[in-house]
Every structure is written in structure tokens, then in C-alpha cells.
Design a protein around this ligand. Sequence first.
Ligand code: KG4
Ligand code: ZN
Length: 340
Amino acid sequence: MEKDIYVLAIESSCDETAAAVVKNGRYVLSNVISSQIDIHKIYGGVVPEIAGRKHIENIDWVIQKALDDANMSLNDIDVIGATYGPGLVGALLVGLSEAKAIAYAAKKPLVGVHHIKGHIAANYIQDVNFEPPYVALVVSGGHTNIIYAKDYTEYEILGKTRDDAAGEAYDKVARALGMPYPGGPEIDKAAKLGNPENIEFPRALLKDESYDFSFSGLKSAVLNYLNKNRMQGKEINANDVAAAFQESVADVLVTKTIRAAKEKGVQKVAVAGGVAANSYLRLKLKEECEKNGFSLNIPDPILCTDNAAMIGSAAYFEYKNGKRDKLDLNAVPYLKLGED
Ligand code: KG4
Ligand code: ZN
């Protein structure tokens, strides 16, 4: 029998300070997340300098708690995994520097992880039997991608956003509706009370052959709708706006994901990233996957938004594939898939 591999993973690319212990890339022994949302909420979005400072304040206890919750000491750990990009440079540097220091002091191998590979790996935790190949829809605050996963570490980007990420569009529309940051969960809630048929918003690139997305036109359409109605003194039903906006986003995301899965000839579809927590997107994907004969894997919401368990899973598969990083590994804010 192969020896079990325990990864201590660290994630600090945006506004969550997180650490986790994961066994064999599939089993979560601990998953500690210290969220900074309450601080950034005051400013209506993530303030990079504040994020970096808060990571420094919290990283030590978060890592210690991850070890304690797993009932482990550093001696029991085989690999140190950490996100090294993409993300906010000052935020990434805190977790990565800590990972490097631990790897050096405890003489453990270091594996740098691409944040998106981490998001996708949440699927290996959600379903311990989930295996490539599959097509993944990655939708977060910073990314919108359709990805073909050939195996555990090799990914091909089929489509990407040409402007705003899906989560960014949610956050901006929510802000225009006077909802707090992060806007995604707020829109999700409001949309349940609204009727999407009362307003028609555009579906950009829906008929386009590519798997690319564009959300800035939709965002402008929502802002124009709000401004026009406000200027005319008309009452705005925020729930209807949320529902129509959400339907427009989900329509494009789901249509293109299904088309990509068909073209690649896979049987499985996976979803990842913060926006995958969206209840309407989950429902719509489930319906369309059933209709087209694809199995669908969606991580629980806690594994969709930023966490370190997903990084621990990705680090395990990279480690098994032979990846080892040196202690001069730097944070790469615009790290590209395939160059990691
Ligand atoms: O993956 P994530 O935690 O961080 C990034 O790597 O960006 O994603 C955060 C994004 C935010 O834009 C947030 O509004 C969105 O995910 N989000 C949602 C929901 N929960 C979080 N969007 C729509 N519906 C949700 N329920
Ligand atoms: Zn993320």
C-alpha cells in the first residue's frame, strides 16, 4: 500500500486567510478560514493594502489551528502547499513567505499552487471518486473560464472572459443596487423574490462560436436601466433586476459549458469558484447536464469560495506529478495556467 501523503496548505490570494490539512488530495482533516469581509465591506470592495496587513495578523494562528484541528504537528506533514498566483501580490506574499519559512525550517518539500487549479480541485474533495477528464466552469471574483481537464495537473483553457469576471459583475451590479460587498450572495437572495421576466438584459457572445465571455455590456445595461428609471422617477424593483441579471449571466455560462463538454466528448462537468455557490447557476447547470446526459459535480459552497483545503488537494496532485518548488519561488499576481 502506498504511504499516505499529508499536505499542509496555505491560501492568501485575496481576502481570506486560510490553512488546511488534506490527506491524499481527497480527505480534509482541517479547514480554517479567517475572512476579512467585514473590514473590506466598509470600502465596498477589497482594499489590497488592508488585505496584506490582515493576512500578516492572522496567518500564524490560522496555520496553528489547522494543525491543531487535524490533531497533528509539523512532523506529521509531508508537503507544504501554498497559492503563489494569481492574486493580490501583497496578499499572496504573506502566505507564500510563511509556507517557504515552514518548508525550510521543517525540511519539507514546497509545492506552489495555481489558485484556479485549487478551485477546480475542490471537486476531488467533494467527490472522492471524481476523476479527469472533464470540462470545468470556473467562476470567481477574478476569473471566468471554461477549462478542459485532461488529467489532474494538465488543463487547457477553452474560454475566458474578455472583460469583467462573473463575480466582479455580480459585485458591481449589487453595489449599484445598494447592496453590501460581496454582492454575489446578496443578488442570489434578492433574485429568489424577483421575476426575471419583467426585465430583458443582453446575453453577450451567446451565439458566438468561441467559449469566451463578456460581462461588461451586461453590467452597463443594468446601470443604464437603473439610471433611466431613477431619472424618470420610476420605482425600481431590485429583486426583479437581480433575477433578470442572474438569469442572463447563468444562461451564457451554462450554454457555453454544455457546448464545450459536447465538443470535448467528456461525460462529466465540474464547477468551481465563488460564483459556483450561486443557487440559480447550480439549478440551471443541474437541469442542463441532466438533459444532455452529463454527470455534474459541484462542491459545497464552503469549498467554492476561497479556502485552503482546495489548495491542499491541488498541491497533492502536483506533488504526485513531481512538482517541487525552490525557496526562491516568488508570488506571481498574473500567473497563467500552463505557466505554473
Ligand atoms: O472564489 P472567490 O471566493 O474569490 C476569488 O478567487 O475571486 O469568489 C468570490 C466571488 C465574489 O465576487 C462573490 O460575490 C461571488 O464569488 N459569490 C457569489 C455567491 N457567493 C459568492 N456570486 C453569486 N452567488 C453567490 N451565492
Ligand atoms: Zn478564488
